[in-house]
Every structure is written in structure tokens, then in C-alpha cells.
Write a protein that binds this ligand. Structure first.
Ligand code: AMP
Ligand code: MG
Length: 289
């Protein structure tokens, strides 16, 4: 089934409202089974294109995931990237910053983790935390910024810095794909309860999850504002309905496949000289005793 991917893309950021994006949308598909064949086909073509991208060695692709807890970031990364050669991908998960990281400008730890050419880099959380959790909990104090930087327009400045950063990456051949996994508050509660009831999932639940849930409205507001201010032509946000994990995974795989196709990666073209040399090497090998 063909899904219209444009509906998930934020193309009119000035009018962006999270409430216009239902978390339970499934394009009239009913179950995991309806998505299976397309997801598998996408996983296969992503693997093929990633292999060429690695050989081509010019483009880089940064895919970042942001979401409330239990929205399914880890599972989406695991399933959607399951077919690609681990050599061609890198996954980084960003947690509370260390003392060393806090001793630098806020983009430092993220720039160190950017994908090399030929690779897909995945950020499980990203520099967007710097205008989300840092804003919701007012963590600027820990970032040791000098007074003149700590002005009222600091968030506006950060949105502009992030837009510029992504423009810089885009213009240097590192494409940026941004996914917000949009889970509803009810579905988060259901998933938390499952994590508590299912011993195999107990490790996934921590007391901070419940504490953060208490800030749901503040987070939604911070996300809405961040997305509205950082959706650009070169790096638009994608709002992925995440109440049904299988649908989220299908849409993400569709969007990544579409992006890789756009890059038109190919295996390097072999020069005539190299081709002639290969014939010589073959002869030498065949002449071995
Ligand atoms: P998890 O992804 O569930 O393992 O949790 C990682 C935690 O680190 C989340 O609560 C994030 O909000 C937090 N975190 C990530 N980046 C930052 C940051 N720059 N400043 C403060 N907390 C962060
Ligand atoms: Mg967590």
C-alpha cells in the first residue's frame, strides 16, 4: 500500500500544531500483518542502498529520533535498521551529559558523533534535548554559560544555531532526517504498566519515567515550539504516529528509503586503467601452480 509521506512532514512550520497529528493514525491499515511486506521490502532496499552509499563514500546521513519515554525509539531503530551492514552505521544514545561534556559548548558532544561519509549515523536523542529537557527543567545553570549568553532569547538563539548547524551539514553532503515519535499520553501509560507487569521489561522502567510524565504538557509545548522553529526545507521534521509500533516502523522505513533514493548513490565507476589491471591480476592468479 502506498502511504502519502507528505502528511508526516512539517512543511508549514509557522502553522505547526502537534494536536493536528493524531498519534493513532494508521492510514486505514488494521494490523502488523498489513505492514509486514512493505517493511521487509524497505529493509531490503535500505540495505542495498546503504551498501552502495558506503562504496560511493561521499554522502553521509544523520537520522535522529526524539520522543517522550516509551514511544518506541529503541525498537524502531532495532527493527528499521535490522538489515543494514553494521559497518555502515553508527548508533549513539545521548544521556545526561557528563562533567567533561558540560565543560564544552552544547553542540560539542553531538558533532563528535556525526556520521562519516558513506555512513548512516543514528542519534537516539540528540542536540534537540538542549531545547527540550534543558528548557523544561531549566538546566542551563549546569551548562556554565557566562552571564551575557543567558538572555531571555536564549531558546530563540538555540533554534537559529541548530538551523544553521543543519544547513552547514546539508551543504557539506551530510543529510539530516528528523523523526518525532508521537505517542499519546494514554498509550505511554499502557506501555509503562506493561513494563512494570512484565518481568522481562522491568529494567526498562525507572522512577524518573514517572517523574517526567508529570511534565507531559510542558514537554509537548517545548516539542511544538522546537519543531515549529527548526523545520526547514533542508531538514524538515517528520511527525510519526507512534501508538501503533508497526505503523511507526513502516513509515520511518518508507521515509529513510525515500531519502536514500534521492541521494542516487552508486558503486564507484572503475577507470579503464583499473579494469585493464584487473584483467592482468586475473591472469596472474590463474597462472598460479
Ligand atoms: P533514556 O534515553 O531513556 O536512556 O534517558 C536518557 C535521559 O537523558 C533522558 O531523560 C534525557 O532527557 C536525558 N538527557 C539527554 N540529553 C540531555 C541533555 N543534553 N541534558 C540533560 N539531560 C539529557
Ligand atoms: Mg527512558
Amino acid at each position: 500500500m502506498k502511504i502519502n509521506l507528505n502528511r508526516f512532514r512539517v512543511t508549514a512550520p509557522g502553522k505547526f500544531k502537534l494536536s493536528a497529528h493524531p498519534a493513532n493514525y494508521t492510514a486505514r491499515m488494521k494490523s502488523k500483518e498489513d505492514a509486514k511486506a512493505d517493511l521487509e521490502a524497505n529493509v531490503k532496499s535500505m540495505a542495498e542502498m546503504q551498501d552502495m552509499m558506503y562504496a560511493h563514500d561521499k554522502w553521509g546521513l544523520l537520522i535522529l529520533f526524539q520522543a517522550m519515554d516509551a514511544a518506541g525509539k529503541d525498537g524502531a531503530i532495532k527493527h528499521v535498521m535490522s538489515g543494514v551492514n553494521p559497518q555502515g552505521t553508527q548508533v549513539f544514545s545521548f544521556k545526561v551529559p557528563s562533567a567533561e561534556e558540560l565543560d564544552h559548548d552544547y553542540l560539542w558532544r553531538y558533532t563528535k558523533a556525526l556520521p562519516e561519509r558513506g555512513r548512516i549515523g543514528i542519534f537516539n536523542r540528540s542536540y534537540y534535548e538542549e531545547v527540550l529537557v534543558v528548557k523544561v527543567h531549566n538546566l542551563l545553570e549546569a551548562e556554565k554559560l557566562p552571564d551575557p549568553v543567558l538572555k531571555d532569547d536564549i531558546w530563540k538563539n538555540r533554534y537559529a544555531q541548530i538551523r544553521n548547524f543543519e544547513k552547514y551539514l546539508n551543504d557539506n553532503g551530510i543529510k539530516v532526517l528528523k523523526f518525532f515519535l508521537n505517542v499519546s499520553k494514554d498509550e505511554q501509560k499502557r506501555r509503562f504498566l506493561e513494563r512494570i507487569d512484565n518481568p522481562a521489561k522491568n529494567w526498562k522502567f525507572s522512577s524518573s519515567d514517572l517523574k517526567e510524565r508529570g511534565y507531559w504538557d510542558q514537554y509537548q509545548k517545548a516539542y511544538e515550539e522546537a519543531i515549529a522553529n527548526t523545520s526547514t526545507k533542508y531538514a524538515p521534521w517528520h511527525i510519526i504516529p507512534a501508538d501503533k509500533k508497526w505503523f511507526a516502523r513502516l513509515v520511518i522505513s518508507e521515509i529513510i528509503t525515500e531519502k536514500l533514493k534521492e541521494l542516487k548513490v552508486h558503486y564507484p565507476v572503475i577507470s579503464d586503467e583499473h579494469r585493464q589491471n584487473l584483467a592482468g591480476y586475473k591472469e596472474a592468479l590463474m597462472a598460479e601452480e
